[in-house]
Design a protein around this ligand. Sequence first.
Ligand SMILES: Nc1nc2c(ncn2[C@@H]2O[C@H](COP(=O)(O)OP(=O)(O)OP(=O)(O)O)[C@@H](O)[C@H]2O)c(=O)[nH]1
Ligand SMILES: [Mg+2]
Length: 381
Amino acid sequence: MQAPQGQDISPDDVFIAVMGLTGSGKSTFIQQCTQQNVPIGHRLKSFTASVSGYSFTYEGYSVHLIDTPGFDDTHRTESSVLQEIVYWLSTAYQPNQSDGSNGFLLNGIIYCQAIAGPRWTGSSTRSLRILQAICGSANHDAVTVVSTFWDIADRNLAHEHEKQLLTSPDMLGPIFTTRPKATHFRQDSGYRSAAKILNFIINRNKKFILQIQRELASPNATLSNTRAGREAARLWEEDIEAVQRRINDARAEIATSTDEFPELEWEIAQYRLDISSSQTALNELALSRHDLLEKWTQRNNEEVHALDVELERCRKQILKLQKTNAIDYLQEARLRESELVVQRAAKIAGRGINWSAVQAGVSGVGVALAVLPLTGLCNVM
Ligand SMILES: Nc1nc2c(ncn2[C@@H]2O[C@H](COP(=O)(O)OP(=O)(O)OP(=O)(O)O)[C@@H](O)[C@H]2O)c(=O)[nH]1
Ligand SMILES: [Mg+2]
């Protein structure tokens, strides 16, 4: 398997979005598939900041894996992650092209789910609700749940947990019980299991038009007209109600006591900030597909620019280190450079697929996707 040196994107290629909570192993899975130097997060904070594309050739197919940030990203709001994923999906879908194609449709969504660690959290439920709303119940078969972290799980417990995850109505059960159903694979043996998953998705040879893509296809549609938008609104309204209840409780406690409660006053101020951020998220549901495209293209440009600046700094440092005997530092700086180069290419590829769809009218026109250089596999972050 290797990264093609310069690649034309075609609607016939294989496009797979990789989703899941932060730290669930999305980037690691992509690294295992592509054998490329995909940046992986080893800190508690979220790592994949924005949608990035990784392209490679697999068994003669051009495959594009779209890495996405988790809905529980520590740096970004749910609203901004939702907007970006929706922007990406809705731009890739270009219905009724002259050759009968519909743009760059997904062959599936890989949804990473850790089998070890916390069982199922509030974030897991929120993320699943959004995923379901994005897909629509007619497309549950687009989802391939990939369970990760088998290597550190207690085998017996993990089997029990796996069963519970896939069948419980409060967990992933809803996408496995009604037809068409999602599928599940274990990612438990590196490249071998990753290849099995790719084979399954490629061989079924099916393209999906997700519910959100259909809903946003009409020119005046906004996120609030979509099922995902309505589901997100429900989540944020529930958040506002829960926070409002906490404010009321805190006020009642202050009112019934003669003591002063500076910490409760501080908590109330924080709760107000939470409410205001949920309200901003609700207001942003009025964004149209066009607004989303502008917003995220600008963001992507800024991120590529920031990477350029960092790359230049890193290269200057390499030049300096070459004049010294600091071999370890030099190696580290070179590793960082290769990682930045891949990260930059992936960001350009992430938007490149969309730009190709929009600008080239999709098919028949070969559009060069950012070339991903083949670098050694490493895990240095
Ligand atoms: N032991 C073990 N560690 C894993 C596995 N998958 C991922 N990790 C580790 O978990 C951490 C997070 O993995 P990532 O692949 O960056 O997770 P992600 O889903 O891309 O996270 P974000 O980019 O933050 O959304 C890294 O330290 C990985 O090395 C796995 O199957 N087993
Ligand atoms: Mg990641």
